[in-house]
Design a protein around this ligand. Structure first.
Ligand SMILES: NC(=O)c1ccc[n+]([C@@H]2O[C@H](COP(=O)([O-])OP(=O)(O)OC[C@H]3O[C@@H](n4cnc5c(N)ncnc54)[C@H](OP(=O)(O)O)[C@@H]3O)[C@@H](O)[C@H]2O)c1
Length: 314
């Protein structure tokens, strides 16, 4: 038996319970889990209202985690928990398909890799693959205090952006964006946002995990031919974009999702992130939570009162 976080009813937080240890089937490996973050995707799936449908219960959540294979190799791994039948990372032991396991460098900080995980993959690939960031370009990161935002600020700097401007809406988010190295922060929660943002234009590339009104403002400060890559909708599902702005400046509005990556692309991106973590070039403001307290942590992350990404440690 092992300790596992089990969701019995969709819409309710998981509770720690004794659960049989999983066995690896063909093409799978067992991972002794050390850390797993509670992500927006985990929360969404567990509501039972996501586009993946209502998960069969009981199930163990956790679409990603970090741990060790039985021979001690440190790994990051992904699961389909909440999206397809099967269990996830929030247990002492998990099972993952061979193709969903990425070896990590020896000595890398498991908790930090778990905290960054697929949010950092999305930031990296939205910048470099979808956004085609070139050295010397000016980047605007919306939601600069979030996990995607903090990763995008640091990764844009590492890819030689000339300036990285961040949009934030609180003192705490501003501090996080500044610690991540933002050249300037423009506050959404203060009057005159559009005018203050315009002082930092023209922008070549916008990384947008929020959409809604901030994305519309960002389009107005793009240079002719500039790009906006949208990867989330934390602010709003829709945005009133006007045709004149789009066509007048020949702008590109691009969508990005990690699910379009091949497993090789995802593994390569995680390897880049893990190397930056090991080298001290990539970090994040996150909070660790004892596994025994996962129910409370889950509720705080779901209610938006956590303030930072929560990482469950085992
Ligand atoms: N496409 C993909 O593959 C992919 C991958 C990872 C994440 N995502 C998505 O990207 C989004 C951000 O993810 P994350 O990991 O960075 O989450 P997070 O750490 O919870 O950050 C959420 C961000 O959204 C901002 N925000 C929330 N409500 C807002 C509002 N009403 N107006 C303006 N800004 C608002 C927050 O600003 P404050 O910090 O100022 O509160 C914060 O910067 C989520 O929608 C997530 O699902 C997509």
């Amino acid at each position: 038996m092992m300790r596992a976080a089990v969701i019995d009813t969709c819409g309710k937080p998981p509770a720690v319970a004794e659960h049989p240890q999983p066995a690896a089937g063909p093409g799978e490996v067992r991972v002794r889990v050390t850390a797993a973050s509670i992500t927006p995707l985990d929360l969404l799936c567990a509501t039972g209202t996501s586009y993946f449908g209502t998960p069969a219960t009981p199930y163990i959540p956790g679409v990603q985690g970090v741990g060790e294979l039985e021979d001690g190799t440190p790994v990051w791994f992904a699961t389909s928990a909440g999206m397809r039948p099967g269990n996830g990372s929030m247990a002492e032991w998990a099972v993952a398909a061979d193709g969903d396991v990425v070896p990590l460098p020896e000595g890398v900080d498991h908790r930090l890799v778990a905290a960054l995980g697929l949010s950092a993959v999305a930031a990296l690939m939205a910048l470099t693959w979808r956004g085609d960031l070139r050295a010397g370009e000016r980047v605007l990161v919306l939601g600069g205090g979030g996990v995607v935002g903090q990763a995008a600020i640091q990764l844009a700097t590492l890819h030689n952006a000339s300036r990285v401007i961040a949009e934030c809406r609180s003192d705490a988010a501003q501090r996080r964006a500044e610690r991540a190295g933002a050249s300037a922060v423009v506050r959404l929660d203060r009057p005159g946002f559009d005018e203050r943002l315009a002082e930092h234009g023209p922008i070549d590339l916008v990384i947008d995990p929020v959409f809604g009104a901030p994305a519309v403002s960002a389009l107005h400060v793009l240079r002719p031919g500039g790009r906006l890559v949208n990867l989330g909708s934390s602010a709003d599902e829709t945005a009133p974009i006007d045709s004149a702005t789009l066509r007048g400046k020949h702008l590109s509005v691009l969508g990005y999702t990690n699910t379009e990556l091949t497993k090789e692309q995802r593994a390569d991106a995680l390897a880049v992130i893990a190397e930056h973590v090991r080298g001290g070039r990539l970090t994040l403001d996150y909070e660790t939570v004892d596994f025994a307290d996962i129910g409370d942590a889950w509720s705080r992350q779901a209610a938006g009162t956590a303030d930072r990404r929560l990482v469950v440690v085992l």
